[in-house]
Design a binder for this molecule. Structure first.
Ligand SMILES: [Zn+2]
Length: 151
């Protein structure tokens, strides 16, 4: 899981299977794939940043990605780093600190802190038994999506 495109394909397959669902209106009939979409150019990224996994709903015309309604929402941290962080936290028996994550993933300490806290929060809410192994990430995303809908 070393790049964003692969990470999106993985999470999409896990949450949606073959059929993307619009988080805004629930439509799963006609969804456009906005391949190669880019963010607005900035000084740091004059050509913009590629927006992975971007879709547009034919029903309500809103855009979305699979990150909406999951713990990956509202975060600028690339999706493949989320998956790596979850993997490290789930597979490490002794747990992993924000500082270790910062070093291993090469992200800022602030980002690493945010990741560990958000992931731990989800792990605490769910039954710890449901964690670990292959199902780890599935549990994380479902729990969080149920939680954010309640809110
Ligand atoms: Zn829609």
């Amino acid at each position: 899981m070393h790049d964003q495109a692969a990470a999106f394909a993985y999470v999409e397959a896990m949450l949606w299977g073959e059929t993307p669902v619009c988080p805004h209106c629930g439509n799963f009939g006609k969804i456009y794939v906005l391949a190669g979409a880019r963010s607005k150019p900035s000084k740091k990224n004059p050509e913009g940043i590629e927006r992975h996994g971007l879709k547009k709903c034919a029903g309500c015309s809103k855009q979305f990605t699979v990150r909406i309604d999951t713990i990956f929402e509202e975060s600028h941290i690339p999706l493949h780093l989320w998956l790596q962080a979850i993997h490290l936290m789930v597979s490490s028996k002794k747990g992993i600190s924000s500082h270790q994550l910062h070093r291993v993933l090469g992200i800022t300490y602030k980002s690493a802190w945010f990741l560990t806290h958000r992931i731990r929060e989800c792990m605490r809410d769910g039954a710890p038994a449901g964690f670990g192994g292959d199902g780890g990430i599935v549990e994380v995303t479902r729990l969080s999506s149920a939680k954010s809908r309640v809110l």
